[in-house]
Ligand binder design. Structure first.
Ligand code: IDP
Length: 138
């Protein structure tokens, strides 16, 4: 068994809507382990690092503005296959069509904005997780 770690964010919309507890409850009910947790107000430099792969895309600037609009809860989460397990809990990127039963599917929707406000982030690979944990927990 290989225990992985991943970076989870409860994004500003999740924190502002008071959904942090509900989201943490799902993570804990699934059986993953909280290793570290903190409230972070990221600056632009941190977000440019985190979202480097999206630079130049139409939603890039709105995404950075959204992520600077309020605090996020950053979580270092551990468990066997936690990277794919959390992404399954989160649901697909577009909250309007994310499957019911997922975090995005149950709590999210399209608000008619330039960026998808979809409540959570989860690293998508072991390489991304190592890189992102270094950014948010440095
Ligand atoms: P993910 O968070 O599901 O892994 P990514 O493709 O890594 O999705 O995109 C990062 C974030 O950028 C998404 O969570 C969402 O907030 C936003 N985003 C991605 N694609 C779009 C889009 O086509 N329109 C608006 N916002 C988007």
């Amino acid at each position: 068994m290989t225990t992985e770690e991943t970076l989870i964010l409860v994004k500003p919309d999740g924190v502002a809507r008071g959904l942090t507890g509900a989201i943490l409850a799902r993570i804990e009910a699934k059986g993953y382990s909280l290793v570290d947790i903190r409230l972070v107000e990221p600056d632009r430099a941190l977000l440019e690092q985190h979202y480097a792969e999206h630079e130049g895309k139409p939603f890039y600037e709105p995404l950075l503005e959204f992520m600077m609009s309020g605090p996020s809860v950053a979580i270092r989460l551990a468990g066997n296959r936690v990277i794919e397990g959390f992404r399954s809990l989160a649901g697909t990127t577009d909250p309007t069509t994310a499957a019911p039963g997922t975090i995005r599917g149950d709590f999210g929707r399209d608000w008619g904005l330039k960026v998808q406000q979809n409540l959570v982030h989860g690293s998508d690979s072991p390489e991304s997780a190592a890189r992102e944990l270094g950014i948010w927990f440095s």
